[in-house]
Design a protein around this ligand. Structure first.
Ligand SMILES: [Zn+2]
Length: 157
């Protein structure tokens, strides 16, 4: 790939800081398996896949069940809570729009719905110094523009 889609110019305005800053970040690119998940997030619903063959929950989205090899699934609501599994604190300015945002933590959260359910997301309303493995968090939905919502994680204590 040598060319990129033209990016819309960021709008200046009285938006909340977090939203306006994140609006300039690269957009998620849903694929066939993950598109329904992104649509649910847009509705502020956190979902995971459930195999229709054996009932196993799974995330990230994939086409085949690891347990029974079944190819039929449905999306079901997740509890929206989990525990910090690991995290990185990003200090790198990958693009000019991020210059005022670093450092920022990106969490990997193990959902309370199942051991194998791991989701990434920004830390919301917390500081990197508070992070520890097992810290309870809840999902929050960050509307960055009219078409995109991201999931972040807020500490529960
Ligand atoms: Zn299965």
């Amino acid at each position: 790939m040598s060319s990129a889609e033209p990016q819309a110019e960021p709008k200046a305005g009285p938006e909340r800081r977090a939203s306006s800053a994140r609006a300039r970040f690269p957009r998620p690119e849903p694929d066939r398996d993950s598109a329904p998940w992104w649509e649910a997030v847009r509705r502020h619903e956190l979902t995971v896949q459930r195999c229709e063959g054996c009932g196993t929950l799974r995330f990230p989205a994939r086409a085949v069940c690891n347990r029974c090899r079944g190819r039929a699934w449905e999306w079901v609501p997740a509890r929206g809570t989990g525990r910090v599994y690991s995290w990185i604190v990003n200090h790198q300015v990958f693009m000019p729009a991020m210059a005022g945002e670093v450092p920022f933590p990106v969490l990997l959260v193990r959902l309370d719905d199942g051991e194998d359910l791991l989701m990434y997301g920004d830390l919301v309303d917390g500081s990197p110094g508070d992070l520890e493995p097992g810290l309870p968090v809840e999902a929050v939905f960050l509307d960055v523009d009219e078409s995109t919502t991201l999931v972040g994680w807020r500490p529960l204590r």
